[in-house]
Design a protein around this ligand. Structure first.
Ligand code: AMP
Ligand code: ZN
Length: 109
């Protein structure tokens, strides 16, 4: 499939993967909108929010467990941070992903 994030997951396109499990990868956004800008990406090609259903309950828990680990690792607990999921015309890569943004802000995603 011609999907940028699937290619990153398969390591066909290089990226600086900072965390990986059987079901997800985490890598920095190439065009960061904040001091910390990580993308948490399920390995399964899920096109977007509209495809989320009960079968992904465990995956969603794992994603937010990962967010909490990354918040601690990046010392964001007492700073401003957000988890953003874009959809519709705000979504540019059609493979579900969660932006973790924190610290000093540069722009909106
Ligand atoms: P979205 O607009 O929510 O679909 O976000 C897609 C994000 O992917 C944008 O913030 C881009 O900067 C980011 N992005 C695009 N190409 C790459 C890449 N090769 N490696 C890391 N992040 C990327
Ligand atoms: Zn994909």
């Amino acid at each position: 499939m011609d999907c940028l994030f699937c290619k990153i997951i398969k390591k066909e396109i290089p990226s600086n993967i900072v965390a990986e499990s059987d079901s997800l990868v985490v890598f920095p956004d190439i065009n960061p909108a904040a001091e910390v800008h990580l993308l948490i990406v399920p390995k399964k090609h899920i096109a977007g929010v509209g495809e989320i259903g009960e079968e992904y309950a465990q995956l969603l828990v794992e994603i937010f467990d990962t967010v909490n680990i990354l918040v601690k690792k990046n010392d964001l607990t007492d700073k401003l941070y957000r988890v953003v999921v874009n959809g519709g015309k705000a979504q540019h890569v059609p493979h579900l992903h969660f932006h973790l943004l924190g610290g000093q802000w540069k722009k909106y995603v």
